[in-house]
Design a binder for this molecule. Structure first.
Ligand code: SF4
Length: 363
């Protein structure tokens, strides 16, 4: 059914969007390891280059391999693990990450991982989620300016005002939100489980924040009435159905798979809609000859590295926030233990309930 309404900050009596303060803390620093291309580096990283040779030209590898080796050595010294989102570049995703996945998979890993340090290669709300689920661990993000247009579209105060406007209606928050927002809602969801989470509440109506397009997609899959927020992903909202029709006209056999953060005309053109994890599994299972992957550009590179026989058509929209994370910044993070992510313990405790309620939903 169509969504029941859509609200933004201007529709509420009082609100002020706020920017999260960036916390920086530095503990014991280690000497910066050498980052030169040597025969030893070439030998020790050769097996990693095998994983990415379909997407990284040989001429570029000598600029990356010294960082890859230094990062992997330092992870052992720090007892650190790297969690990398599917939108990270291939050299991060394939060569230094210990766990890769979508927000839900990374949240689950953060909750159970055995390490002293988590380096989150993703955006700030993901690092906050890791800290919320692992308060005893040091969580680092290589560049705390890695934000998200969805997370910055709503505040905890906005959620409180929505509750006043719609008393008794439960609030579901996409994980692409700050800890303040997670602390105010009933349950979190990801694009993998959004419909299941909405239906788990057993109510006629839910408030769904902050992605209006994911809300519309959820509303199209359920009988529950959905009240949406006016947030959008700046990467996915740029795709259009007309653009996809051009790909289809050029090759009627091409398969189109889209992320549910895309606008409805894009979803209508797609052969399959799903989260990043579901899209990857779809390509692994179906092995299409040619596929248009309608999501952030690096994900096609990462799947291409694994499945070189599939031809990926890339309508390339990059997330500028995800691309703030680079090998030199990851190395700096491990050397200098920065930038450490802190979440107020009271907010973290409330936010943890919303995230854990989602994690413990039976799938
Ligand atoms: S791709 Fe969109 S939703 Fe994901 S981090 Fe970037 S802006 Fe946020």
């Amino acid at each position: 059914m169509p969504i029941a309404g859509i609200f933004g900050p201007e529709d509420l009596p009082h609100t002020a969007l706020r920017t999260k303060p960036v916390s920086r803390s530095t503990t014991r620093t280690l000497p910066m390891p050498p980052v030169a291309w040597t025969p030893e580096v070439e030998r020790e990283t050769a097996h990693l280059y095998e994983r990415v040779k379909a997407v990284i030209p040989p001429v570029e590898w000598p600029t990356m391999a010294p960082y890859v080796k230094a990062i992997n050595d330092l992870k052992k010294e720090r007892n650190a693990v790297i969690l990398a989102h599917n939108y990270q570049t291939p050299e991060i995703y394939n060569c230094v990450a210990d766990f890769v996945g979508d927000s839900l998979q990374l949240a689950r890993e953060a909750a159970k991982v055995k390490a002293d340090v988590i380096v989150q290669c993703g955006v700030h709300f993901m690092a906050e989620t890791s800290k919320i689920l692992s308060p005893e661990k040091t969580v680092l993000i290589p560049d705390s300016r890695a934000g998200c247009s969805l997370a910055s579209s709503i505040t905890g105060e906005d959620v409180r005002l929505l509750r006043e406007k719609f008393p008794g209606v439960p609030v579901v928050a996409y994980v692409n939100t700050s800890a303040d927002v997670k602390a105010e809602v009933d349950i979190c969801c990801t694009s993998s489980n959004a419909v299941q989470v909405v239906e788990s509440l057993n109510t006629e109506t839910v408030i769904f924040v902050p992605d209006q397009y994911l809300a519309k997609y959820v509303a199209s899959q359920t009988k529950v009435k959905v009240i949406a927020w006016k947030g959008a992903c700046e990467v996915h909202e740029r795709f259009t159905g007309d653009e996809l029709k051009l790909y289809r006209d050029a090759d009627p056999s091409v398969q189109i798979i889209a992320h549910p953060e895309c606008p409805p005309d894009v979803i209508a053109e797609a052969d399959f809609t799903g989260s990043t994890a579901h899209m990857i599994n779809w390509v692994r299972d179906k092995r299409p000859k040619r596929v248009v992957m309608v999501t952030e550009c690096s994900m096609a590179d990462n799947v291409q590295a694994e499945l070189p026989e599939v031809e990926f058509v890339r309508p390339c929209n990059l997330c500028p926030h995800m691309k703030r994370i680079t090998l030199p910044k990851i190395l700096d993070s491990l050397v200098n233990m920065r930038e450490e992510v802190h979440v107020d313990p009271l907010i973290a405790e409330k936010a943890r309930r919303s995230v854990e309620r989602m994690i413990h939903l039976k799938s």
